[in-house]
Design a binder for this molecule. Structure first.
Ligand code: 3PG
Length: 306
């Protein structure tokens, strides 16, 4: 009997796990849960005889792949797969997939929760600002970025996007303004919401040059990855510009340095953009179905490694 492991250091909602179980057991496979694990050894042991694994931000590195003797497929229930060693997976003959779009609305809603929180001075009761009429820059217009754009319309924001990959018909249909350079996005927008993946090209790409060009007062919202921010440079700009606020769902490494900017910095205690029952159900069940379709039919539609 095939074994599917769900290895989630940050567990899905129980209702999502039930949905995953149904898909896996209906296919005649066995489901094993490894939730809230604290030690890599627990993952190494649980994955040893698994044919497939569903993960979130859990790290699948060479050591884990070496330990997983039967593994054929890893599905990252979510968008970003920077936590999986793709090259090693390919070498181990393991297919890696994500579930694009399934948790995008949840992340986009949190971005707005954080924008309102920052604009209302962290709910301290003092007079804040409204998002209506402000220029919103969406840094990458993928699944999350598009949801951010959709919600921004309801807030009455003026929407700008920077994304080289989005086809023009989507830009036109959505009625957002595309700028040609990332520099133009930051120098134009009052609020920038970051939605780029962490890749060798994007790591530390948001730093002094971009952030210091933002009009005053400026708000930077990061629900993407901490790695895309040049923390040292952002801290410098925070120290120079009292109008700059940074709110993030991906706590920086230098959190203690950022925390000095009380009232201008906020980080969620644990990354929670995709942490809704709906997103867990969508991404978790999509992952389970992709595994069954891969094992039964060889469907590799969502494969991300070569
Ligand atoms: C993603 O890449 O899908 C999001 O960052 C969500 O990550 P999580 O599943 O660890 O919450």
């Amino acid at each position: 009997m095939k074994k599917v492991l769900v290895a989630t250091e940050k567990p899905f909602a129980a209702v999502a796990v039930e949905g995953i179980r149904e898909v896996i057991e209906n296919a005649g496979y066995k489901l094993e849960l490894l939730e809230k694990y604290t030690d890599k050894q627990q993952l190494l042991t649980a994955i040893a005889d698994a044919d497939a694994v569903i993960i979130r931000s859990d790290k699948i590195d060479n050591e884990v792949l070496d330990a997983a003797k039967n593994l054929k497929i890893v599905v990252r229930a979510g968008a970003g797969y920077d936590n999986v060693d793709l090259q090693s997976a390919t070498m181990h003959n393991v297919c890696v997939m994500n579930t694009p779009g399934q948790n995008a609305n949840a992340v986009a809603e949190l971005a707005f929760g954080m924008m309102v929180y920052a604009y209302r001075n962290m709910y301290n009761g003092t007079s804040g600002m409204e998002l209506k009429g402000k220029k919103l820059g969406i840094h990458a217009y993928g699944n999350v970025g598009r949801n951010v754009g959709r919600i921004a319309k309801g807030f009455g924001m003026d929407i700008y996007i920077y994304d080289c990959f989005t086809p023009q018909d989507i830009v036109d249909a959505d009625g957002v303004k595309r700028v040609d350079t990332v520099e133009e996005l930051y120098s134009t927008c009052d609020v920038v919401s970051v939605h780029i993946p962490a890749t060798p090209e994007t790591k530390k790409s948001i730093g002094r040059k971009l952030v210091s060009s933002m009009p005053k007062p400026a708000l930077l919202v990061n629900t993407a990855r901490k790695e895309v921010v040049n923390e040292e440079e952002l801290l410098q700009v925070m120290s120079e510009r009292a109008d700059l606020k940074y709110v993030t769902d991906v706590a920086p490494d230098a959190i203690e340095e950022f925390a000095k900017y009380q009232g201008r910095f906020f980080a969620t205690p644990k990354k929670m953009g995709a942490q809704t029952a709906e997103a867990n159900i969508n991404a978790g069940i999509a992952a389970a179905r992709q595994i069954v379709d891969f094992i039964e039919n060889g469907n590799e539609k969502f494969r991300v490694n070569k």
